[in-house]
Design a protein around this ligand. Sequence first.
Ligand code: GDP
Length: 287
Amino acid sequence: LFGYVGIEAVLDQMRRKTMKAGFEFNIMVVGQSGLGKSTLVNTLFKSKVSRKSCTPSYEEKICKTVKLHSVSHGESTHTHTYTHTHTGLEQSWEPIVKYVNEQYEKYLREELHVNRKRRIPDSRVHCCIYFLPATGHRLRPIDVEFMKRLGKIVSIVPVIAKADTLTIEERQEFKERIRQDLAANGIHVYPQKEFDEDPEEHVLNERIRESIPFAVVGTDKEHQVNGNKVLGRKTKWGIIEVENVAHCEFANLRDLLIRSHLQDLKDVTHNIHYETYRVRRLNESNM
Ligand code: GDP
């Protein structure tokens, strides 16, 4: 069929159908206060991809406590972000774990309803962006503990926050050490090797795995560079262009979330994380 109709036409139709039906994509951002979570979420919505591919009327209100933030409402496309700030001191992963599980539970109850809705509202967390402070050292014990727990129930994408505070060498070495620490602690981050579906996807995902955690920079300002408006941070020694891959890896994160892996994040959430929850719940209870 694909050979005859042309894969692009088929994909186009799928895209049109998805856009028409609408989809919900929920991102959770987790990390210590002041690491630039709100700024990065704003950057994501201001950046080129979202400007081009989604409806532009975004209104964002993000505050610094544990709250649900309903963010963009395009015509039929919903993106929600949920910001959780932890102090970096106490063991406060419970509210996050609880929040994630509550969304699975809501979905499960809808599914088990006799008169099931045609479209079940989906508030499940499709991706958790975990903010690591740019210490340049190793993973902190608190981050290990958080990610160990979260990685079991949700797709985590770790990022190095405020990467503009590290030199190129520091950044590379820090990234390498974090990858070692993630592996040594058995922390599962997205995209997981086990879920690569075919060799092509494996190659693509290997490239992503090799560059995780993305070293990101956020901003809510635009500046003029060579006559173009760019999202950036102005410093005394120049402008850090947030969407420029030579400057930082924000664009890699954005493309992963909104462009290349959006559907996969939704699929992994449904087929793996939610499924694990569902099986556990149905086994333990008499629902
Ligand atoms: P949150 O508490 O994690 O939501 O952090 P905010 O987004 O409120 O940011 C805290 C402060 O860090 C603000 O003054 C931001 O302007 C600044 N900030 C945010 N992102 C970056 C970044 O990528 N680099 C630098 N140098 N500062 C940043």
